[in-house]
Write a protein that binds this ligand. Structure first.
Ligand code: PEP
Length: 251
C-alpha cells in the first residue's frame, strides 16, 4: 500500500509570519492517514520544524547540492536540510531546470546525495506545452525519468512528481485522461527499471494548478498517489481542503 502524500511547495514565498499556516494546517488535520509535507524556503525550515513538533506534519527542502560540503556559495547540502528538520527534498523542479539550467544528470546527482542522507527525493518531471502539442509528452517524461532518478531508488527514498510545465501556476490542468496516461506510463517505467516490488511502491504525485476545486477529480485518477501543490499550499485555508480531498480518496 502506498501512503498518499500531499506536499506543499512554498517556493520563494513566506516569512516568519507564515508559520501560523503550519499551526492552522495541523489543527485542520491533526491525525491524517495521508502524509502531509510543507517545503518552505530554507530560511524557515528550523522555525517550521519547531512549529510542527508534536504534529504529523513533515518538512522538506526545495533543492540541495550534490556535494556533501565545500566551496559552493549559496548552496545547501542534503545533510544541512536534514539537520534543519527536512525529511524530503524537491529536486528537478521545472523552475530549477529552467532558471538554473539543471540537467537530468545534475538532478540525479542531487537525488543520490539526498537519498544517501536519508532524505526522500521528490523528483519532478514534466513536459513543456510545445512538447505536448507535438505529441512528445511520454518521450520527454521517460527521458527525464531515466536521467534524473538514481539507481538506488526505493519506495522509501523516491517520490516522482509529474508536473506539466504549462500547468504550473497557470490555472490550467491536463484532463484526467492525460494525467492518467502519464502516471500509468511512469508506473510502468518504474516497474521495468526497478522490478514490480519497488516500482509499485514509489509514490507518484501530480502537480500543476491543484486547487480544492479540482483535487477530488485528480485524486481519482489511477496511479495518482497525491499532489505537489504550489500556490494553493501557501495558506491552510487553501491547502487543508486539498488534504481533505486526499483523505477522502484514501478512504
Ligand atoms: C509547483 O510549482 O510545484 C506547482 C505545482 O505550482 P502550482 O500548484 O502553483 O501550479
Amino acid at each position: 500500500m502506498r501512503r498518499r502524500l500531499a506536499a506543499g511547495n512554498w517556493k520563494m514565498n513566506g516569512g516568519l509570519a507564515s508559520l501560523g499556516e503550519i499551526d492552522a494546517l495541523a489543527a485542520a488535520h491533526p491525525a491524517p492517514r495521508s502524509e502531509v509535507v510543507i517545503c518552505p524556503p530554507a530560511t524557515l525550515l528550523v522555525p517550521a520544524r519547531d512549529r510542527a513538533r508534536g504534529t504529523p506534519l513533515r518538512l522538506g527542502g526545495q533543492d540541495c547540492h550534490a556535494e556533501p560540503a565545500g566551496a559552493h556559495t549559496g548552496d545547501i547540502s542534503a545533510a544541512m536540510l536534514k539537520e534543519a528538520g527536512a525529511a524530503y527534498v524537491i529536486l528537478g523542479h521545472s523552475e530549477r531546470r529552467g532558471d538554473h539550467g539543471e540537467t537530468g544528470e545534475l538532478v540525479r546527482a542531487k537525488a543520490t546525495a539526498a537519498q544517501a542522507e536519508g532524505l526522500t527525493a521528490i523528483v519532478c518531471v514534466g513536459e513543456q506545452l510545445s512538447e505536448r502539442e507535438a505529441a512528445n509528452t511520454l518521450d520527454i517524461i521517460g527521458g527525464q525519468m531515466s536521467a534524473s532518478i538514481p539507481d538506488g531508488s526505493t519506495g522509501h527514498n523516491l517520490v516522482v512528481a509529474y508536473e506539466p510545465v504549462w500547468a504550473i501556476g497557470t490555472g490550467r490542468t491536463p484532463t484526467p485522461d492525460q494525467i492518467g496516461e502519464v502516471h500509468d506510463f511512469m508506473r510502468a517505467r518504474l516497474e521495468r527499471r526497478f522490478g514490480a516490488g519497488v516500482g509499485r511502491s514509489v509514490r507518484l504525485l501530480y502537480g500543476g494548478s491543484v486547487r480544492a476545486g479540482n483535487a477530488e477529480t485528480i485524486f481519482a485518477v489511477s496511479n495518482v498517489d497525491g499532489a505537489l501543490v504550489g500556490g494553493a499550499s501557501l495558506t491552510a485555508a487553501e491547502f487543508a481542503p486539498i488534504v481533505s480531498a486526499l483523505e477522502a480518496a484514501a478512504g
